[in-house]
Design a protein around this ligand. Structure first.
Ligand SMILES: *Cc1c(COP(=O)(O)O)cnc(C)c1O
Length: 271
């Protein structure tokens, strides 16, 4: 696939914090339909099949009542940034056994135990220490986990993820972890209203994936590209995203600043 820089799709980062709260099942249905339609339109612009793009609704900071509305509107997998918060929600919603959880935020080894217990998917793998901790706990639980390797495509020191140049060696070490099913790469784009710079992050992730795929170890699948959020998912789809992680455009704006999730240089995030 070539770069689609001829498209003028803008980011919606300037709209940040202005999405209305979803307060009913109908609100969720409406928001989900809009996002799905925009994904389909983006696919059409570049000749992709919309069925190849999975929408992962992100429910972080939202209360259980809101997650239940999303479930009633049809959501069967939810993304959460913080393992502790996700675990608490999973515990509280045991009456919905077909609701699955994707942990999309940074993991410390001491929280691997939680994630191994309930998550179906972990999208922020960026160290062998975390891979080892997850593997050990998953063996104990008799479970396996779908994982995405997080790559820092923005060059921002404040963002988590492996530098692209370390990805090849990292991927070569992954077959040692039999409970981890590698599905692809994940990234957080530059948070910017400069569409061209945001798009560059997505192009970079796709290029890295194509390059790594050429000599990936047996059993390691790198087809997946998890990229794009409320402000930039259409552009991510144009550039090949197979998973988009969308929170505010479905649930409504969050009160918490994003620096709470992604430490900003010079700041120390609460964990
Ligand atoms: C919160 C979050 C998202 C979704 O962001 P929105 O602006 O709510 O769409 C996507 N990815 C990660 C890693 C997140 O923490």
């Amino acid at each position: 696939m070539k770069a689609h820089s001829q498209f003028t799709t803008a980011t919606r980062h300037d709209q940040h914090g202005r999405w209305p709260q979803a307060e009913s099942v109908d609100d969720f249905r409406h928001n989900l339909a809009i996002v799905q339609a925009r994904i389909a339109a983006a696919c059409q612009r570049v000749g992709r099949d919309p069925a190849a793009v999975r929408l992962l609704p992100v429910s972080k900071t939202k209360p259980e009542s809101s997650l239940r509305l999303a479930y009633a509107a049809g959501c069967r997998m939810l993304g959460e940034n913080k393992p502790q918060e996700a675990y608490g929600k999973w515990e509280a919603m045991q009456d919905l056994p077909d609701l699955q959880w994707s942990v999309i935020g940074h993991l410390q080894t001491n929280k691997a135990k939680l994630v191994a217990r309930f998550a179906t998917e972990f999208q922020a793998l960026d160290s062998l220490r975390v891979a080892e901790a997850l593997e050990r706990r998953l063996q104990v639980e008799g479970r396996s986990l779908d994982v995405f390797v997080q790559i820092n495509t923005s060059g921002e020191a404040s963002k988590y993820g492996l530098p692209p140049e370390e990805a090849a060696a990292f991927v070569k070490a992954l077959p040692a972890f039999s409970a981890l099913r590698v599905r692809g790469l994940m990234t957080l784009a530059l948070f910017s209203a400069e569409a061209a710079q945001v798009r560059q992050c997505f192009v970079r992730l796709r290029g890295l994936r194509d390059q790594l795929r050429q000599d990936a170890p047996a059993g390691i699948c790198l087809d997946g590209l998890s990229m794009g959020m409320s402000g930039d998912y259409e552009m991510a789809v144009e550039e090949g995203a197979t998973v988009v992680r969308v929170g505010q455009a479905i649930f409504g704006a969050r009160a918490m600043p994003d620096s709470y999730y992604w430490p900003v240089a010079g700041e120390c995030a609460a964990t």
